[in-house]
Design a protein around this ligand. Structure first.
Ligand SMILES: *Cc1c(COP(=O)(O)O)cnc(C)c1O
Length: 460
């Protein structure tokens, strides 16, 4: 791009765009990365520099950018209608997509409520669970609370932040939030019950089960990220953990909300994470990968049992009074259908080989200095950097080591985004083995030459 045109864009970005989750003062101190287009697993900036999209444009891209079938699905739908409301009326793609989601989801999830993003998908489940206990066959209006894990992330609406537990995001808003029962998470590297994964019997699941039993009378639901806590730092759950949670919630009459916003649609190797432990939750929250990373669309799936509690004559007031302007958007639903077809017919089968390849790369990284732990669940991985491997002591957060690593990777043509000092690897599922190698080799080389130092104050 011409120097003057670039200068104008940079200036207007600085002057007007407030970026999400971004310390704006540091951001404005450097020339911004401005993406102009994409193809396959690459994004291209306004100067034509190409970058491998190592985190799937924030965990949502599935088949790469400008994927011909997905582009075509949107074009075809565009010739019909771009948007019309789902309040009191239907549209073709959203019906077909609901049917498809029900077919793919764990058995028993038959009702689909659309919204726009992960945060709203979870918010919907929280509100439905609450309302369910007021109007089910044997009402339990005292069941008004939720249980969630330490380090949980479920989105940024105030309901989601209440069940979430990421200190640096959520602490400030504490006075606005409802209180949540908190259980230790399944963090094997920093075990909350002081055990070693090789010899433990998933004792953290017992602690969780006991908390569910203890609070069952006041709990509307337990909210969980099945198989892997994402924003907490890519923390996989031991096998069997989810199944045990399902058993205890059934036994005690507490609803289970599975937030598969990050892990759904093939990320863990199967279409949905819950299926790996043969779990049917009461609510399945879906977003990120639903449209292949193309358009904002989300869905909350639930059972006939829950749905039935909302039926009645209008004046009985059992209606779920919740919705969004763009709920069930036809363009989003059309591209979601194309995404699911590709996933089922060509991508899922290739995942085991990619997952193994990623595993091999992570094993190699484990040997590097500063690498405390490597963690993986399917095509999602985290490399945790620490100042001291023996004590697992992290770097001072002001050093922003994770940020520096990702900045360095960008200079080598790879886009990454850390979670604190955990470097996330989450490429589009359609990535081929040679690009997966390239992605991991770049990170390996950056880590190999890493010389951590305090973040230079001039930058901030
Ligand atoms: C990203 C994420 C959300 C929030 O989704 P948005 O689309 O960003 O609102 C909720 N839950 C989990 C587990 C996530 O990873």
């Amino acid at each position: 791009m011409k120097t003057e045109a670039r200068a104008v864009l940079e200036q207007w970005d600085r002057d007007h765009v407030w970026h999400p989750f971004t310390p704006m003062q540091s951001y404005a101190a450097e020339p911004p990365l401005i993406i102009a287009r994409g193809h396959g697993c690459f994004l291209v900036d306004i100067d034509g520099r190409e970058y491998l999209d190592g985190v799937s444009s924030l965990w949502c891209n599935v088949h790469g950018h400008c994927q011909p079938e997905l582009d075509e699905a949107i074009r075809r739908q565009l010739e019909q209608v771009a948007h019309c409301t789902l309040l009191g009326q239907a549209n073709v793609p959203s019906i077909l997509l609901a049917r498809k989601l029900v077919e793919l989801a764990p058995p028993g999830l038959t009702r689909v409520f659309y919204s726009d993003d992960g945060a709203t998908a979870v918010e919907v489940a929280l509100k439905m669970a609450f309302q369910y206990w007021r109007q089910c066959a044997h009402p339990r209006p005292e069941k008004t609370r939720y249980l969630a894990l330490h380090g949980a992330y479920h989105g940024d609406t105030l309901g989601d932040v209440s069940v979430g537990d990421i200190g640096r995001f959520h602490e400030l808003f504490a006075p606005l939030l409802f209180s949540t029962v908190r259980a230790p998470n399944h963090h094997c590297y920093r075990c909350p019950v002081g055990l070693e994964r090789s010899s433990c019997r998933i004792d953290c699941a017992d602690v969780l089960a006991n908390l569910v039993r203890e609070h069952a009378d006041s709990l509307a639901a337990v909210v969980i990220e099945p198989l892997l806590q994402g924003a907490a730092g890519m923390i996989p759950a031991p096998a069997g953990y989810l199944k045990r949670l399902r058993e205890v919630t059934r036994e005690t009459g507490v609803l289970l909300i599975a937030d598969e916003v990050a892990v759904g649609f093939g990320r863990t190797g199967s279409m949905f994470a819950c299926s790996q432990e043969e779990v049917t939750p009461d609510f399945l929250c879906l977003a990120k990968g639903l449209t292949g990373g193309y358009l904002p669309l989300a869905a909350t799936l639930t059972t006939d049992e829950i749905y039935g509690a909302f039926l009645g004559r209008p004046e009985e007031g059992k209606t779920f009074f919740h919705g969004h302007t763009y709920t069930g958007n036809p363009l989003g639903a059309a591209v979601a259908l194309a995404n699911l077809e590709l996933l089922e017919n060509s991508v899922l089968a290739g995942l085991p080989e990619k997952i193994e390849r990623l595993r091999g790369h992570l094993e190699r990284m484990k040997e590097l200095p500063w690498v405390g732990d490597v963690r993986q669940q399917g095509m999602m991985a985290g490399v945790e950097l620490v100042q001291d491997q023996a004590s697992k002591r992290g770097f001072p957060s002001a050093w922003r080591v994770g940020q520096c690593v990702c900045r360095e990777a960008r200079d080598h043509g790879v886009l990454l985004r850390p979670l604190g000092d955990v470097i996330v690897l989450m490429p589009p599922l359609a990535i081929d083995l040679s690009l997966l190698d390239r992605l991991c080799d770049v990170l390996y080389n950056v880590l190999q030459h890493l010389a951590p130092e305090p973040d230079r104050p001039s930058k901030t």
